[in-house]
Design a protein around this ligand. Structure first.
Ligand code: FAD
Length: 307
């Protein structure tokens, strides 16, 4: 068996692998897509010490760093089930194989919920964005919309209002769902318009980048168009934990509950990165979190009697 078996090959999984391998213990990483969300990212400008890079380049660097150590990388393999209860933790794969670990680190990340309208895929990274911390500064001085009036949408709108020229917040329901204190803050900002009862129908562009958005006013049935340069979609971040039902404790949002050392509700099972309750989903945070979970797993190993 592996001493540490990591499920997920994004920034969290990669950092966990480097930290585990440096302890000289048997380390494996199984990932559906090594690199994770970073592979879908264009510019990365907030990984401290790397002023500017691109997603695929960053992903290649993650892999190169992991490969500098004796780590078993099993790429293009999907985990479908976690089995606990015995001395070892088992991870079953879609291929039918089963991997075993004395400890397991879950680092399967998350995915942004999409609105599924024409233009969303075409203009991804060309005006369509999902992360205000990541891409906000790219829209300095421009007009953007934020779709979604929950806490994350309203937080994003407040954040962006300080960076961009103008923000239009678009909510499908008849009122915003964010906390009252956030709504008050939002309404106090001079460069924000709030549109409720609005169903986004299309993101427009000139073939290269976004130049507008259409929505239907659900009260009147009329179609309206807003001219803008960017659209931030904030209708939810979904943790990749569907395969973990009835194993580790999850929050009602599906995030894995972890303690300060990354330990889940099951001894020997750790978790790190976007898939957990760790606040602020960012690469640098996922990396730190992966390192922490690996050290937590190592701590667990030196205290346990299984060999
Ligand atoms: P992920 O990167 O999601 O990696 C999860 C890993 O688990 C992947 O290897 C995946 O294939 C694997 N996996 C999932 N399910 C399974 C399964 N069942 N079996 C096996 N493997 C599985 N953050 C920044 O800090 N700066 C940015 O500029 C930035 N820009 C972004 C732009 C975009 C478009 C997106 C989508 C995100 C961006 N982020 C950015 C956020 C950042 O990418 C994430 O916070 C970070 O990748 C989280 O790392 P992670 O390792 O926790 O998860």
């Amino acid at each position: 068996p592996f001493d540490v078996l990591i499920v997920g090959g994004g920034p969290a999984g990669a950092a966990a692998a480097v930290y585990a391998a440096r302890k000289g213990i048997r380390t494996g990483v199984v990932a559906e897509r090594f690199g994770g969300q970073v592979l879908d990212t264009m510019a990365i400008e907030n990984f401290i010490s790397v002023k500017e890079t691109e997603g695929p380049r960053f992903a290649a660097a993650l892999e190169e760093h992991v490969k500098a150590y004796d780590v078993d990388i099993m790429n293009v393999q999907r985990a479908t089930k976690l089995v606990t209860g015995g001395n070892l933790v088992e991870v079953q794969l879609e291929s039918g194989a089963t991997l075993k670990g004395k400890t397991v680190i879950l680092a399967t990340g998350a995915r942004w919920r999409e609105i599924n309208v024409p233009g969303e895929q075409e203009y991804r990274n060309a005006g369509v964005a999902y992360c205000p911390h990541c891409d906000g500064p790219l829209f300095k001085g421009k007009r953007v919309a934020v779709i979604g009036g929950g806490n994350s949408g309203v937080e994003a709108a407040i954040d962006l209002a300080g960076v961009v020229a103008h923000v239009t917040l678009i909510e499908f329901g008849d009122e915003l769902r964010a906390d009252a204190v956030l709504q008050r803050k939002l309404r106090s900002l001079p460069n924000v318009d709030i549109i409720v009862s609005a169903q986004t129908t299309e993101i427009h562009g000139d073939g290269k980048k976004v130049n507008g958005l259409s929505y239907t006013d659900r009260k009147s049935g009329e179609s309206r168009k807003v001219e803008l340069e960017g659209v931030f979609i904030q209708i939810g971040l979904v943790p990749n934990t569907e395969w973990l039902k009835d194993t580790v404790s999850l929050t009602r949002y599906g995030e894995i509950e972890v303690d300060a050392k990354g330990q889940t509700s099951i001894p020997g099972v750790f978790a790190a990165g976007d898939v957990t309750t760790v606040p602020y989903k960012q690469i640098i945070i996922a990396c730190g979190d992966g390192a922490k979970a690996a050290l937590g797993a190592f701590d667990h190993l030196i205290r346990s009697s299984v060999d």
